[in-house]
Design a protein around this ligand. Structure first.
Ligand code: NAD
Ligand code: TYD
Length: 343
């Protein structure tokens, strides 16, 4: 791998991935192709913007010609580009179809046409639908997506398998669990809870807060992704999970404990429609390649909270922009009818 095409590298996981590639692979150049949607942010890669091995291309994966043009000359591809927030997909999923389905197709088609030797596509645990510890999903299991976001990701994931089978494209699919860490847009639960707590604002916990998610530290996820890019079997999918599952209410309390803030900031609000109770995957396939997470739940949350506490410059700008209209739409009525934390 000498010249890597990364789609969606200005978002949360993509920016952490590019940082790790440039720090750890001296001979590799990176082309970051990103539409800079509300979730894409040049600040995420501020410190490497002047690195001679890094180039940014402002483009949309829904634009097939632009994808092919920017990919020319690259020998490997990683696709992070996505609309990634479940709540937004409930409100309106059309951008999800454009980017997560049409865009995924365009990236695969360009890679095929240009004879790219290795493609890593980032899917999600949500394609399997709800699962618990007793029934972990394996890579060959059927998909049962329940949110519009998960359905669009399932379509992109299946297209990868179609391209491997039909066109012989060397595409590998990664299915990570929920990531936490620096540079995550504060619409997602953990950065939303942390930044609201830092501002003394309520933490809107859906339902009773009993739904569970893994909390995989982003650096651990990125190490797995690099491993799969370099050593994954073409045509195969790999689950990536840290087994750091906790109910959302425990996550909210852990954040408040770390910031020395009162549990009274927790507000139980109307649940997300179609809220998946839990995802659980068997990740022995990627572990057999030598990967394991470094951070457990406590360390992952502690490191994440510390970063947002120390980097207000990054999130205050976001929360005073487009985010305010989104927040009002998503939480205005919910917070007006919220139930307080009762002990
Ligand atoms: P993100 O929302 O933070 O970033 C998405 C990036 O893609 C942004 O930079 C955005 O500008 C870019 N983008 C969006 N639409 C685009 C388009 N049409 N053309 C080009 N660029 C576009 O997302 P993330 O959390 O970094 O997730 C990255 C990938 O990992 C996604 O595919 C997501 O589905 C998947 N994933 C995320 C998680 C998680 O916990 N964050 C877990 C499992 C899977
Ligand atoms: P989120 O970060 O949106 O990720 P995903 O839906 O992809 O898992 O949500 C994580 C969990 O937190 C999920 O169970 C929904 C819940 N949640 C809340 O309780 N309140 C919130 O304000 C948000 C955004 C999420």
């Amino acid at each position: 791998m000498r010249r890597l095409f990364v789609a969606g590298g200005a978002g949360f996981i993509g920016s952490n991935f590019i940082r790790q590639v440039l720090a750890g692979r001296s001979g590799v150049e990176v082309v970051n192709f990103d539409a800079l949607t509300y979730a894409g942010n040049p600040d995420n890669l501020r410190e490497i913007a002047g690195d001679g091995r890094y180039a940014f291309v402002h483009g949309n994966v829904a634009d097939a010609a632009a994808v092919a043009e920017a990919m020319r000359g690259c020998d490997a591809v990683v696709n992070f580009a996505a609309e990634s927030h479940v709540d937004r997909s409930i409100h309106d999923a059309s951008d999800f179809i454009e980017t997560n389905v049409r865009g995924a197709y365009n990236v695969l088609a360009a890679a095929r046409d240009l004879g790219i030797g290795r493609v890593l596509h980032i899917s999600t645990d949500e394609v399997y639908g709800p699962a618990d510890r007793e029934h972990p999903r394996r890579e060959g299991d059927a998909f049962a997506p329940r949110s519009p976001y998960a359905a669009s990701k399932a379509a992109g994931d299946m297209m990868c398998h179609a391209f491997a089978e039909t066109h012989g494209l060397a595409v590998i699919v990664a299915r990570p669990a929920n990531n936490v860490g620096p540079y995550q847009y504060p619409e997602k639960a953990v950065p939303l809870f942390v930044t609201n707590a830092l501002d003394g604002q309520p933490l809107p916990v859906y339902g009773e807060g009993l739904q569970e998610r893994d909390r995989l530290y982003v650096d651990d996820c990125v190490r797995a992704l690099l491993l799969l890019l370099e050593r994954g079997e073409p045509g195969e999918a790999y689950n990536i999970q840290a087994d750091n599952h906790r109910p959302n209410i425990d996550v909210a309390r852990a954040i408040l404990d770390l910031l020395d803030k009162p549990y009274a900031l927790i507000q139980f609000v109307d649940d997300r429609e179609g809220h998946d109770p839990c995802y659980w995957m068997d990740s022995s396939k990627v572990r057999a390649l030598g990967w394991q997470p470094d951070l457990g739940f406590e360390a992952a949350i502690e490191r994440t909270v510390r970063w947002y506490r120390d980097n207000r410059w990054w999130w205050e700008k976001i929360k005073s922009g487009e985010f305010r209209a989104y927040y009002e739409r998503q939480y205005g009525r919910r917070l007006a009818t919220a139930r307080p934390y009762a002990g």
